[in-house]
Write a protein that binds this ligand. Structure first.
Ligand SMILES: *[C@@H]1O[C@H](CO)[C@@H](O)[C@H](O)[C@H]1NC(C)=O
Length: 189
């Protein structure tokens, strides 16, 4: 019994000691964290010192050899771009327009290509932004309220009332069915 309580006591003492060590370690951890990002804004970390970034539209051809200076920057190759200051060793590849999309603005050295769904044929659906959906065609004789464009589907004037009509058609046929069932049970008795 005595031995048990003594070991319990020493266990709590160990935990306290570990917590104390952890607390002493905290400032060192903070310093290490700060030291992993020692570069000023507009600089990037290369191997063991900071270099000045290359401007948008360019990439780092050769990193600096003297800290806080700019190495060799080179203009983005055709079909690639960088939108901001960077320490990249190559520019990013321009995205391409999907087959159901048309180009809004072409790719430049400082901006990616912008695409939109082909107007009047496809529209952008926020619920599945990765693809362009085909525009709805209003049935013959139903006027178009809102033409389809790249961001919104066609709106047909009577699509809502059509929906209600179908529900009203269902009601009489349902009552006929119930009537038939009732008649069947009455005749069987
Ligand atoms: C597409 O049409 C909707 C209305 O139907 C409108 O709010 C929207 O601004 C239009 N988008 C474009 C890109 O014209």
């Amino acid at each position: 019994m005595v031995g048990f309580s003594r070991s319990a006591f020493s266990l709590s003492r160990w935990i306290l000691l570990l917590l104390l060590l952890q607390l002493l370690n905290l400032p060192l951890q903070v310093i290490a964290m700060l030291e992993s990002h020692p570069c000023a804004p507009g600089e990037y970390w290369f191997t063991d010192f900071c270099c000045k970034s290359c401007p948008a539209g360019m990439f780092v051809q050769k990193p600096c050899t003297v800290p806080h200076t700019q190495g060799l920057c080179e203009k983005c190759h055709p079909g690639t771009f960088t939108e901001s200051d960077n320490g990249l060793d190559d520019c990013r590849r321009c995205s391409t327009c999907d087959k159901n999309q048309e180009m809004v603005t072409d790719c430049s050295a400082t901006s990616d290509r912008k695409c939109q769904c082909q107007t009047h044929r496809f529209y952008y659906d926020p619920e599945s932004p990765e693809l362009c959906r085909q525009c709805t065609k209003c049935p013959q004789g139903i006027p178009v309220l809102q033409e389809c464009n790249s961001t919104a589907n066609t709106v047909c004037s009577q699509s809502a009332s059509n929906h209600r009509d179908r529900r009203f058609l269902l009601l009489p046929s349902l009552s006929v069915l119930i009537f038939a069932i009732v008649v069947y049970y009455i005749l069987r008795r």
